[in-house]
Write a protein that binds this ligand. Structure first.
Ligand code: NAD
Ligand code: UDP
Length: 322
């Protein structure tokens, strides 16, 4: 028998992949979204299915659902710096009020509730690679703080609802994830570089390109979500989910240029405020507790992502033959 599962932010990049995977497994999905950065086009193929329902709602408002709910994945929150800085006060409200509304629903329904937290809780880390025990190095008043501190407060709420009310929680810290359905205009490095390369525009590196990130393909991440949600009830996290392969931003630019056979040149722009210098997950805990680790190497994932953006741009040429 399928479970009744609510996914907030289910029309977004990661949420749409999670929705498709869980629908395919035969669960009954309620996909809740206010379509700020997500879109029904990401879940178009699911809209007509009997075991999929779309609920237009903003999680800053209380969530009323009549049916029983077994599991809740809380993904609703803009994730890219451009989007979360567009209305920073709203970003804090989404993280904090949203978490309270989702946790209250979980409490009423006796559901297990999963929080999509982030590597941003580590800020500009002084411990490398990042382990879950590290408390982070976050500027509380900077441009990224609405997201970083909002997500940190959401983790606090999850653990307090667990301790105070016995709500069953699961908290994961997601590291940079990429793949099809990324928003083309959200300014994230993977989507920017691919679009710039296939349009023949300059590739914009912020700073000297020496900063590092670790990129996880979305299918690997979704697998990790499901392993965590269905793990032993005692294991509540937080647990890092990401691909430990670490690349400088300059290396990523070179790989994308090579894979798209692009004539684009690299151009250097100012580094945004508080941009973390290095980021790489230590995933020992996920490997031990969830028996999970990513399986899709960067070039393989990039190939699928480049194909997606080529189609979006109306270019039907095969990536291999460009
Ligand atoms: P996304 O912006 O594509 O998806 C977020 C979804 O939430 C969108 O569909 C958006 O419309 C919806 N949303 C935003 N505010 C809402 C609100 N107030 N009420 C209802 N819906 C709302 O981003 P994503 O990359 O899919 O990220 C999903 C989650 O994973 C986010 O919580 C994000 O913080 C977290 N995360 C993502 C990454 C990453 O690399 N993509 C890394 C760390 C954490
Ligand atoms: N970045 C870049 N050029 C771009 C977009 C991003 O050099 O066009 C850099 C950005 O400054 C950061 C890294 O790439 O150092 C990852 O940025 P992204 O916004 O994708 O994620 P986050 O900073 O949240 O990890």
């Amino acid at each position: 028998m399928g479970k009744n599962i609510l996914i907030t932010g289910g029309a977004g990049f990661i949420g749409s992949h999670l929705s498709k995977r869980l629908v395919k497994e035969g669960h009954n999905i309620i996909c809740l979204d206010n379509c700020f950065t997500g879109s029904k086009s990401n879940i178009q193929e699911l809209l007509h299915l009997n075991n999929f329902n779309f609920m237009y709602h903003d999680i800053t408002n209380p969530i009323e659902i009549d049916e029983p709910i077994d599991q809740i994945y809380n993904l609703a929150c803009p994730a890219s710096p451009i989007h979360y800085q567009h209305d920073p006060v709203k970003t804090v409200r989404t993280n904090v009020m949203g978490a309270i509304n989702v946790l209250e629903l979980a409490r009423r329904k006796n559901a297990t509730v999963f929080q999509a937290s982030t590597s941003e809780v580590y800020g500009d880390p002084t411990v490398h690679p990042q382990v879950e025990e590290y408390w982070g190095n976050v500027n509380p008043i900077g441009l990224r703080s609405c997201y970083d501190e909002g997500k940190r407060c959401a983790e606090t709420l999850f653990f307090d609802y667990h301790r105070q009310y016995g709500v069953k929680i699961k908290v994961v810290r997601i590291f940079n994830t990429y793949g099809p359905n990324m928003h083309p205009n959200d300014g994230r490095v993977v989507s920017n570089f691919i679009l710039q390369a296939i349009r023949g525009e300059d590739i914009t590196i912020y700073g000297d390109g020496g900063q590092t990130r670790s990129f996880c393909y979305v299918d690997d991440l979704v697998e990790g979500f499901i392993c965590m949600m269905n793990s032993d009830e005692e294991f509540i996290g937080p647990v890092n989910l990401g691909n430990p392969g670490e690349f400088t931003i300059k290396e990523l630019a070179d790989i994308v240029i090579e894979m798209t056979n692009s004539a684009s040149k690299v151009t250097y722009k100012d580094l945004p405020q508080d941009d973390p210098k290095q980021r790489k997950p230590d995933i020992s805990l996920a490997m031990e507790m969830l028996k999970w680790e990513p399986t899709i190497p960067l070039k393989e994932g990039l190939l699928k992502t480049i194909s997606y953006f080529l189609t979006l741009e109306g270019d039907t040429s095969d990536v291999f033959t460009r």
